[in-house]
Design a protein around this ligand. Structure first.
Ligand code: GDP
Length: 304
């Protein structure tokens, strides 16, 4: 928790600590409620979630007759956790035995717009799996960004995973297909495919990512489609989420760069927008800066 708190320090001071301060002992005037609302909006929780949270806070503080700052903080904690839907399933289906007990590799497609941290996330996730003694093949299907395959190769060497890459400009779907084939032949546990992330036109993206998925599905099941979103991009990230959500069935969200932003409230909004759980968060550029997203730990790191 200490580490998470450090990584989230910007959101913690701008959002968590401000709220704790504003709520005080729970006896707020209208001006203070407006400030609570502003704090939530500035932290990127979005209008709908903000209204929902403020309504619940007012109700709970009132009906419970809260009179101490400790009680007020406990109510705040409860309301924020609830807004993050702790009941959602958040485990990443990157291991076949966790999916259906079979020996085939789990197939994970990692999608997102370039620059969001897709390749880095792929590498970090591989590191987690290899660290648990699982064998991993990486597919460098981001063939449009020349450096992406090299970057993934570096990650593969760093973490001890095999990488399958195509020639520059190769069809992403064929690279993805080859990676899954290689993983199946080699009997590995997981194949992680770093897909191309051009968002020049919606149709282009739809064709590309849809094709990757269709082609992979000719020989294997796709267990997880992770959408990588950059937490610092606010409304832009939400727009991307919407577009991707229309193209493929996203099964989980990875929110990156939470370490560099005071707008950690985007977690609330993006989940609401896509109706898909945030499963992982990126907390830095280092190989160990990927963490499972746990609503309770997240809220505690913001408030404590
Ligand atoms: P891609 O184009 O989506 O594959 O993006 P990259 O994986 O190349 O990442 C783009 C930049 O974001 C790189 O400089 C990464 O080191 C950085 N990055 C990725 N994830 C995080 C994160 O969680 N926190 C921070 N601070 N930087 C990140």
């Amino acid at each position: 928790l200490g580490r998470l708190r450090g990584k989230l320090s910007k959101s913690r001071s701008a959002f968590g600590q401000s709220l704790v301060g504003l709520l005080g002992a729970g006896d707020l005037d209208e001006d203070s409620w407006e400030e609570v609302e502003d704090t939530l909006l500035v932290a990127d929780l979005g209008a709908a979630t903000t209204t929902e949270i403020v309504t619940q806070l007012r109700e709970e503080l009132h009906t419970r007759g809260v009179r101490s700052s400790e009680q007020a903080r406990a109510v705040l904690r409860e309301v924020l956790i609830k807004a993050l839907h702790p009941e959602l399933e958040r485990s990443v289906r990157a291991l076949p035995h966790e999916v259906d007990g079979s020996k085939r590799p789990a197939v994970v497609l990692i999608a997102g717009v370039n620059g969001t941290g897709k390749t880095t996330t792929t590498g970090k996730l591989a590191r987690v799996l290899v660290g648990q003694d699982h064998k991993v093949v990486l597919g460098a299907a981001d063939t449009f960004r020349a450096a992406a395959a090299d970057q993934l190769q570096t990650w593969s060497e760093r973490v001890g995973a095999e990488v399958v890459r195509g020639k520059e400009g190769a069809d992403p779907a064929s690279v993805a297909f080859d990676a899954v084939k290689r993983g199946t032949d080699a009997g590995v546990d997981a194949v992680l495919v770093d897909t191309a992330g051009r968002l020049h036109t919606k149709t282009g993206l739809m064709d590309e990512l849809g094709k990757v998925k269709r082609v992979v599905e000719k020989q294997a099941r796709v267990d997880e489609v992770l959408l990588v979103l950059d937490a610092t991009t606010g409304q832009n990230g939400l727009m991307q989420a919407r577009v991707f959500g229309e193209v493929v069935d996203v099964t989980g969200i990875v929110l990156t760069k939470l370490d560099g932003t005071a707008k950690g409230g985007i977690v609330f909004q993006v989940q609401r927008e896509l109706g898909v759980p945030v499963k992982l968060v990126g907390l830095g550029e280092g190989p160990d800066d990927l963490a499972p997203f746990e609503p309770e730990a997240f809220v505690d790191a913001l408030l404590e």
